[in-house]
Design a protein around this ligand. Sequence first.
Ligand SMILES: N[C@@H](CCC(=O)N[C@@H](CS)C(=O)NCC(=O)O)C(=O)O
Length: 220
Amino acid sequence: MAEQQRSLPILYSFRRCPYAMRARLALKVVGLDVYIREILLKDKPEPMLAISPKGTVPVMLLPSGRVLDESRDIMAWAASQSGSQKLAAAEQDALQWLDLNDVEFKQHLDRYKYADRYPEHPAEFYRAEAEVFLLQLEQQLQLQQKQGVSQFLLGSTLTQADIGIFPFVRQFVMVDQPWFESADYVCVKRWLNFWLGSNVFARVMQRYSPWKSTDVATIF
Ligand SMILES: N[C@@H](CCC(=O)N[C@@H](CS)C(=O)NCC(=O)O)C(=O)O
């Protein structure tokens, strides 16, 4: 098993984590196999903490020994391996969208999701703050729609912005699905539903039992 483990990257992942989702999406869009190790956030495996003491997922250990412990680095690595047009290196606009998502939207999303932990304001306040980003997304997707593209945020091909952002929008929707259904985000809904209904999303949401060091390596 040790031999095998050196031949493919090892990915420490957590099924429901949107950062881990974007990493898994990038790997599967490009068609790369890794050994997957599903973790429990409350009981992180020692070998993962040994290579990335900050203790966040995803973490990927490459056969060379290099460690990638930021989801965006894993997406970029997958893109760099693609050699085809499946996933391009992120250009400035994709990086800016990812920044908006990771820095601003995520912060409001967390407060909306866990509004009881932030009693200064009601959930609707945090939702409205998060909607600033959602409205930007809607406007960008409207522009795309005019070009006849509804499934991609930028241009006519998949970018890291699509797979890097939709798992977070999914989380936003899940806080209050009926409210989102009644809201007027026509293009965001179409874009999100395209990705939620995709084969690649079904693939990356496959369930794995939490990894134990005695397990046989599982290829994802
Ligand atoms: N900047 C990191 C953030 C990753 C992150 O925060 N992941 C969460 C899970 S969604 C985590 O591992 N949190 C640590 C914990 O809950 O103990 C990345 O992009 O990979």
